[in-house]
Ligand binder design. Structure first.
Ligand code: CMP
Length: 148
């Protein structure tokens, strides 16, 4: 089933100049970017985005990190996109993230795990709506030859 999912490249990605490398991984897989922007989150948006983690010991530092610089927010589309993207990012806990996944290859701390991706259809819907207005979507079709 074709799905949309929300992906955010966190501030460390621009700091480390690896946005292109990470985008490449999603594109190489065949995911379709249908919305994308650079933005700097304010505290309120970050707190809504991470509301489920409020009260956890890492929460305040997570919010501080998230608003410390610009992020790249994206919506990607594809068959089973939510699970496919989670497969590419790897699990949240750094110790579980195998080499070959984005977190396994690029992140040295669970809190600074450089990428966020929706974990469920409900989460994707909520996160997409938090970051994008309908007119910021640009759906497109593959050419006659399709994607190969
Ligand atoms: P993310 O996918 O953005 O969703 C929630 C974020 O909270 C997660 O990535 C991490 O950045 C952070 N996080 C989750 N669990 C922990 C933890 N145990 N310790 C530190 N940070 C965490």
């Amino acid at each position: 089933m074709t799905e949309k999912t929300f992906v955010m490249l966190k501030p460390g990605v621009l700091q480390r100049r690896i946005a292109g490398e990470l985008l490449n991984r999603f594109e190489r897989k065949g995911l379709k970017i249908v919305a994308l922007k650079l933005l700097r989150m304010n505290r309120e948006t970050a707190e809504v985005h991470y509301a489920e983690h409020r009260g956890r010991d890492f929460y305040e530092k997570l919010v501080e990190y998230t608003i410390s610089g610009p992020v790249i927010a994206m919506v990607m589309e594809g068959e089973g996109a939510i699970a496919v993207v989670r497969g590419l990012t790897g699990p949240t806990n750094l110790l579980d993230a195998p080499a070959g996944t984005i977190r396994g290859d690029y992140a040295a701390q669970t809190r600074l795990n450089i990428v966020h991706a929706s974990d469920s259809p409900g989460g994707a819907e909520r996160e997409i709506a938090l970051f994008f207005r309908p007119e910021e979507f640009f759906p497109w079709e593959d050419g006659n030859r399709g994607w190969f």
